[in-house]
Design a protein around this ligand. Structure first.
Ligand SMILES: [Zn+2]
Length: 222
């Protein structure tokens, strides 16, 4: 790939696959080994930029950076970190829309490794199974903590919830600002991106609109 193609893939935020592209040996090393290696490589990047790593303020940065990457920002790469989502029988027979909204999105763009911040709204129509509400937030958090493109993030949340809940009747909306758009490139501070993915009953416009009515008219509980 030439440099122009590399830039244009980043600017277009193109991604080909719903699965995060991972190497087959992605989890053979321990987290501690990864932190050690990333610490070394990031210190080399800092040196290349001309920074003096003997300075007190900078000397711990490569370690902090490496630990943040492995344990925080990208913990969601490792399937072992997927939250355990136990489902319960839908004993009360609730079969209308349930909406979990304003779920925080803290993610990172895989083309520039800059933050993607915003919120997600998730709706589903229960069949036989329901989940604890906070589990939806945890699942969103897990998929967000990977190098991502927003379209894939939205789809990964949808597919997982459809599988976990045993129904296609799920809708996911993600609104997010991309720092790679606001702080570099076009430098647009105000625009944000919305993605919507849904299946099952939400393919019906009336059901989908019921969901959008709920998220648009909801009271501010903060
Ligand atoms: Zn980007």
């Amino acid at each position: 790939m030439n440099l122009e193609e590399i830039e244009s893939i980043g600017d277009a935020h193109i991604s080909g696959n719903i699965e995060t592209p991972l190497r087959s040996d992605a989890f053979e090393k321990s987290d501690d080994d990864k932190i050690k290696n990333i610490q070394y490589h990031f210190s080399e990047i800092m040196k290349e930029l001309g920074l003096d790593l003997t300075d007190d303020s900078l000397s711990g940065t490569p370690y902090r950076f490496a630990k943040m990457y492995v344990k925080e920002l990208f913990y969601g790469l490792n399937p072992q970190n997927r939250p355990n989502i136990s489902t319960f029988d839908n004993k009360y027979g609730y079969e209308k829309i349930l909406v979990e909204q304003n779920i925080s999105i803290d993610s990172s763009c895989e083309h520039h490794f800059l933050p993607i911040v915003g919120n997600a709204h998730v709706g589903y129509i229960p069949k036989d199974k329901v989940v604890g509400l906070s589990k939806i937030n945890r699942l969103v958090d897990y998929y967000a903590h990977r190098p991502q493109v927003q379209e894939r993030l939205c789809l990964q949340i949808l597919k997982d919830l459809q599988q976990t809940l045993g129904t296609d009747d799920v809708i996911v909306v993600v609104n997010a600002k991309h720092l790679c758009v606001s702080s570099r490139g076009i430098k647009d501070k105000n625009s944000f991106t919305t993605t919507v993915e849904y299946g099952g009953q939400f393919t019906e416009p009336s059901i989908r609109n019921e969901f959008f009515d709920i998220i648009n008219k909801s009271v501010d509980l903060s």
